[in-house]
Design a binder for this molecule. Sequence first.
Ligand code: FES
Length: 424
Amino acid sequence: MTTRSITEMRNEHQVLAELTYEPGSLERGYANLALRIDLDKNVIETRQVTEQMKELWVGGKGFCLWFMFQEINPNTRWDSPENPICLSSGPLGGTASFPGSGKTLVTSVSPLTYSIIDSNVGGYFGPYLKFAGFDALCIVGKAKDEVVVYIDPVNSRITIETAPMESIDSHLLAEELTEMYADDEMDKRNIAVVSAGRAANHVRMGILNFSFYDWRRQVPRMKQAGRGGIGTVFRNKKLKALIIKNRDYIPAWRIADSPVAQAIQPKAEDILETDKAEVRQIISRWNDDPEYVIEMMQDIQDRERFISRASIDHLNKITGVPKAQLYHIATFYKAFSLEPRGETTIQVCVGTACHVRGSGRILEAFERELDIEQGATTKDGKFSLEAVACLGCCSLAPVVKIGDEVFGNVQAKDVTKIIHGKRG
Ligand code: FES
C-alpha cells in the first residue's frame, strides 16, 4: 500500500458523469439490460437486450460480439477510440451451480492480431455485473485524464471519476480501490476491480487483472484475462480501473431450495459430539451467517484437515444451509475433502504444459516413494498425494506444490530428495 491515504486519493476524485438507475431482477438468467460507457463524451447509457439478441447471440461471448459489431467499422484499429472493450458473463453467469458460470468474457480488437480477440477470466466482476442488473458492459472512447468507472447497484449509481493519485500497478490499485469503496472489512468481499497495470502502457500484450477479495489473506487477489493484449487497449483508453460493488441477490433457483435438499434435514441425535466446540467456534466467527458457509468450511478444512459428517451436521443445524448443498460444496471444490488429509498435501500438476514435460513420471515417482496412489494419504498421516490441473505457473513446468511451496522444473529423480527434505 502506498503512503497516500485512501481519503486523500478519494478527495481528488472528480465525477465526470453519473447515471442513476434502478437495478432490476433477473429473468431466466438475463437482466435484459446492457451498459455502454463512452469515455470520450463522458456518457453512461443503458441499452435494451432484445429477444433477438438472446436467440442469436447467446452467451457472454455472443453478447460481447453483438456490442463489437455495433461499435467497430472496417477501419477500426486496436487504438482507435471506437474500439470497444466488452465484458459479459452469459445467462448462467453467477449461478455458482455449474462449472464456469463465474467467468467473464472480454472482447476487443487486439493490438497483437488486429482482429477481434476474446479472453475469459475468473474473479468476481462478471457475476457482480449480472447482479448489478446488466448482461454486458461496453466501453468505448479514450479519457483525457486517468479515470475509473464505478458501478454501484447498492446506491443505484454509476460514475466515471478522475483518479489521479491511485497506483497504476494492479496489485496496489486493487488494494486501494477495495479499501476505498468497501463500507467496512466484511464488505471488501463485495468489491471487484478490473485493471491492467503499468506494463500494459509499454507492451502490446498487456493483460487484464480481475480481483476477488481473499478474506483468508485479507488482500484482493487476481485472475487474468491474458489473451490478445486487451490490457493494452484498456490502458490506451486511460482507464485505470473498473470497480463494481456486489448487490445481495437471491437467484431464481438454488440447490438449497430443491425438495431433495429440504427433505434431508438432520435430527438432533445425528449431531456428533466430536470437535463440537471448535467447529461451533468457527461458525460463530462468521456470525452463524449462511452467506459465509464456504468460508466456514475453509476454516474447518484447515483446522481438521477434512470436513467430517459431524461438521456438516453442525453447519446445517446452525446456519440452516441444507446438507445437500453442503455436500455439493464439499465435493465440488478440490480444496475440501470428506476424508482426513495428511499433514502436508503434495499436488502434482498434470495440466497440459506439465503433462508434455513429463509430469506423469513425476506422479509415478511420488506414488512409489510414498507407497500410495494419487488421491490417498500415507499410513502415518504425513502426506496426501493429488494429481491436479494447472497450478498457474506453466513456465516452470513440470510443477509440484507441497503445502504452500511451489517447486518448478521438477524431475522424477528429484522426488526422493524432496520427500526426505520434507520428512526432516
Ligand atoms: S499446466 Fe502445470 S502449472 Fe500449468
